[in-house]
Write a protein that binds this ligand. Structure first.
Ligand SMILES: Nc1ncnc2c1ncn2[C@@H]1O[C@H](COP(=O)(O)OP(=O)(O)OP(=O)(O)O)[C@@H](O)[C@H]1O
Ligand SMILES: [Mg+2]
Length: 430
C-alpha cells in the first residue's frame, strides 16, 4: 500500500528537519514547498531525504495556494504541515483545498497577524492585553492617551515574530521611536508597506507558554513551559524550561484561556503554542497564539522530558490518525540561548558544551568573524544548548553552570552591528 505523501511548507530549520526525518522514517514521501533562495540553503541530508520540492513565491499566497494544490494532487499528498509561523495561514487554506486535516482557513489569520488576533480574542472574550491598532502618528497619540493602555505599554509590529521590533515603553517620550522600530520590521514573505503597529497594555507577571495538540476540535495540553526573558525595553527569550508546575487555580485559568484562544484562532487539527503571562494573583493574559509547534527547541524538550514523540504526533494529526500524546517519561528539560554581550565582530566563542549524557543538543549559529548584535530579537542568538535530567533544580543549575563557562569575545566594529549568519551547525545526540 502506498502511504500518503507529506508536504512541508518550508523545510528549513531544526524543527522542520526533525519532522521531515520522522515522516521519511515512517515510509512517507516527503515534499517541500520552498523559495528558490531557501532551497539553496537546504543541507545535502535534507535534499537527499526529499522526494521532491516545489519552488513558489510565499509573498503571493493566492498564487502559491493554486501552485501547491496542483503539486500536492500530482504527488499524492495526504498531509500538509508547517512549523513556520508565517505559513500557518497558507497551510490552513491548502488543507481545506485538498480536504486533508487542518485548521479553519476562515480564522487562520488570527494565529498569524497580531491585529487580527487581538480582534478575534476580543470577540471571543479571551483575556488578553487591551490592544489598539495604530496606522499613523495621530493614531499613536490617541492610543497613548487611552487610559485602557496606560504606561508602561508595549509597542509591536502587527505582523512580526521572533520578538523583533517589540518594545516596552515606560512613557510618551519613547513611543515614537518604538513605533518606528516596529514599522521597520518586515515580516518574512511580507510584500512591504505594512505600517500597522499595535499599542498594547502591559501585562505584569511571569511568562509561560502552553504546548497543545488539537485533533478534531479536542485539545490536549502536553505541557506548560516557563520562559526566561530579558527585562528592559526589548524582551528577548533567553531560555525555556519544562514542565512548569502552576498552582491549581492558575493552571485552570491558563488552560481555560488557552482553549478559548485555540477556538478563536480556528485551530482544529494541529499543534499550538500559546504565550501567556500569569499575574501574582493567578490571573492570566494571553499574549499570542501560534498555530504550530513551539520553536526554540521546545519540541526537543518535550521529547526528552515527557517522552512524547512530537514529530510523530504532528504527522498523525496531519494524517487524521490518533496521536500518542500521553507522557511516557517524567523528567525535566531546559534550553539556554547563547547571546552576545554587545554589538561588534565575533572574535572568539569558546566553552560551548558538547553533546553527551544529559546534554542532547548543542547548536552553534554564529561563526568567527560574524557581525553580532546585542539580543533584541530571537534571531540574534549565537547558539543554544539543551540540558535534561530527572530533577528540575539540578537541570537548571547545570544549565546555568554550562552557560557561565561560555566565553564570548566581540570587538567593536566601525560599520556597526550586523546579522548572525543563518548558516549553523547543530549536534543532536542519537
Ligand atoms: N502586552 C504585553 N505585556 C507584557 N509583556 C509583553 C506584552 N507583549 C509582549 N510582551 C513581551 O514581549 C515579548 C515578545 O512579544 P510577542 O510575543 O508579542 O512578540 P513576538 O514577535 O511574537 O515574539 P516571539 O516570536 O519571540 O514570541 C513577549 O514574550 C513578552 O516578554
Ligand atoms: Mg511571542
Amino acid at each position: 500500500m502506498t502511504l500518503p505523501g507529506v508536504l512541508l511548507l518550508d523545510a528549513a530549520g531544526p524543527e522542520a528537519g526533525a519532522l521531515a526525518t520522522a515522516a521519511a522514517a515512517r515510509g512517507h514521501q516527503v515534499h517541500a514547498a520552498t523559495t528558490a533562495a531557501a532551497y539553496e540553503g537546504y543541507g545535502p541530508q535534507l535534499k537527499d531525504l526529499l522526494a521532491g520540492h516545489i519552488v513558489t513565491d510565499f509573498t503571493r499566497p493566492d498564487r502559491a495556494l493554486a501552485e501547491l494544490a496542483a503539486y500536492a494532487r500530482r504527488c499524492g499528498v495526504g498531509a500538509v504541515l508547517t512549523v513556520n509561523e508565517y505559513l500557518t495561514e497558507l497551510a490552513a487554506h491548502l488543507c481545506a483545498e485538498l480536504g486533508v486535516p487542518g485548521n479553519d482557513p476562515g480564522r487562520a489569520r488570527a494565529a498569524r497577524d497580531k491585529a487580527a488576533m487581538a480582534e478575534a480574542f476580543a470577540a471571543a472574550g479571551v483575556r488578553a492585553p487591551y490592544t489598539v491598532l495604530v496606522r499613523d502618528e495621530d493614531g499613536l497619540r490617541a492610543a497613548l492617551a487611552d487610559p485602557r493602555v496606560g504606561f508602561p505599554c508595549v509597542i509591536k509590529p502587527a505582523a512580526g515574530a521572533g520578538s523583533a521590533g517589540v518594545s516596552v515603553v515606560s512613557g510618551p517620550a519613547g513611543a515614537a521611536a518604538a513605533a518606528d522600530a516596529a514599522r521597520r520590521v518586515a515580516g518574512m514573505y511580507a510584500s512591504g508597506g505594512d505600517l500597522r503597529v499595535l499599542v498594547q497594555a502591559y501585562a505584569a507577571g511571569t511568562e509561560y507558554s502552553v504546548e497543545s495538540f488539537t485533533q478534531g476540535g479536542t485539545t490536549t495540553h502536553l505541557t506548560v513551559t516557563r520562559k526566561q526573558v530579558t527585562g528592559g525595553a526589548n524582551r528577548v527569550e533567553t531560555g525555556h524550561s519544562l514542565p512548569a508546575h502552576l498552582p491549581p487555580a492558575a493552571e485552570t485559568a491558563v488552560y481555560r484561556e488557552t482553549e478559548a484562544a485555540i477556538r478563536a484562532a480556528g485551530i482544529q487539527h494541529g499543534a499550538s503554542h500559546t504565550e501567556v503571562i500569569v499575574a501574582a494573583d493567578g490571573r492570566c493574559a494571553v499574549i499570542e497564539i501560534g498555530a504550530r509547534l513551539a520553536a526554540g527547541q521546545i519540541g526537543l524538550l518535550i521529547q526528552h522530558a515527557l517522552g512524547v514523540d512530537v514529530w510523530a504526533a504532528l504527522l498523525d494529526v496531519a494524517l487524521g490518525r490518533p496521536a500518542a500524546l500521553t507522557p511516557t517519561a517524567h523528567g525535566y528539560a531546559t534550553v539556554r540561548f547563547v547571546t552576545s554581550p554587545r554589538a561588534g565582530r565575533l572574535t572568539s566563542l569558546s566553552g560551548l558544551p558538547t553533546v553527551g549524557p544529559g546534554v542532547p543538543f548543542v547548536r552553534r549559529r554564529a561563526a568567527i568573524g560574524d557581525l553580532v548584535h546585542e539580543p533584541d530579537a530571537n534571531g540574534h542568538r549565537l547558539g543554544s544548548f539543551v540540558v535534561t535530567g530527572p530533577d528540575a533544580a539540578e537541570v537548571e543549575e547545570r544549565a546555568d553552570t554550562l552557560l557561565r563557562q561560555i566565553r564570548i569575545h566581540v570587538e567593536p566594529h566601525p560599520n556597526g552591528p550586523g546579522q548572525v549568519r543563518p548558516a549553523s551547525t547543530s549536534a543532536i545526540a542519537p
